[in-house]
Design a protein around this ligand. Structure first.
Ligand SMILES: [Zn+2]
Length: 230
């Protein structure tokens, strides 16, 4: 059973531990970050509490510029002027990130909601904003054949989560600042799928519906004459 910091007191207690024990160990790092950030990576993932981007990538403060929302969604350019589009512009235009990752995950509530949107929209009646937001992922649901809420299994939810990551990568590339950086080979863009239960990441392949293990993705990047740029 997981220990949760349920009360505000327990949450503040965690901050207190950070101030007294964690910060002193990394004081130099925090002081070096005091006035500036130069994160190499924009990491876009779901708001889901079970995803800890720094933990799963073993990165420190200052390394990941984050966008988090329900379903790791990137609305296509022009569809919504808001948090996602402005953070992308800032990350690519001002911070000049070198990598953009879109990371979906197992058992995603947004994917279940998306299945409901396609099959049983009344279930989302009390969440009109979520319902509108999920329209940005509707095309992913359309690629999963015969989606019916009653016989959707774990594999369908995973297929949908991966299809959603691929769709959001497509949307990402409609943002002019991203398209420009890609055309100049200044940016790597990759889709990931995170399996919470097994602690495994899968790297999605652009060209086909396959995915790679992290070991395979590393080997491909290290291969001489790799088409992926570093
Ligand atoms: Zn999620």
């Amino acid at each position: 059973m997981v220990f949760h910091r349920n009360t505000l007191l327990e949450l503040l207690d965690g901050v207190h531990t950070f101030e007294k024990e964690v910060y002193p160990q990394k004081k130099d790092l925090f002081q070096s970050l005091a006035y500036d950030q130069t994160p190499p990576t924009l990491f876009i993932t779901c708001a889901d509490s079970r995803i800890s981007p720094s933990l799963i990538t073993q990165t420190e403060p200052g390394e990941l510029f984050l966008i988090r929302n329900v379903g790791n969604i990137v609305p296509a350019y022009g569809n919504m002027v808001g948090a996602v589009a402005s953070a992308i512009e800032y990350a690519v235009g001002a911070l000049r990130v070198k990598n953009i990752i879109i990371c979906g995950h197992s058992n995603c509530g947004a994917m279940s909601a998306l299945i409901n949107l396609a099959t049983n929209p009344d279930k989302l009646a009390n969440m009109p904003t979520v319902r509108r937001w999920l329209h940005n992922a509707e095309a992913a649901a359309a690629t999963i054949s015969d989606l019916r809420a009653e016989d959707v299994g774990p594999k369908d939810v995973r297929d949908l989560a991966e299809a959603n990551v691929r769709l959001q990568l497509t949307h990402l590339k409609t943002h002019p600042i991203v398209a420009k950086a890609l055309s100049r080979n200044e940016l790597n863009v990759q889709g990931w799928y995170y399996d919470i239960q097994n602690g495994r990441m899968y790297i999605l392949n652009d060209e086909n519906k396959k995915e790679y293990s992290v070991e395979e993705a590393i080997a491909l990047l290290k291969k001489p004459n790799s088409t992926d740029n570093d």
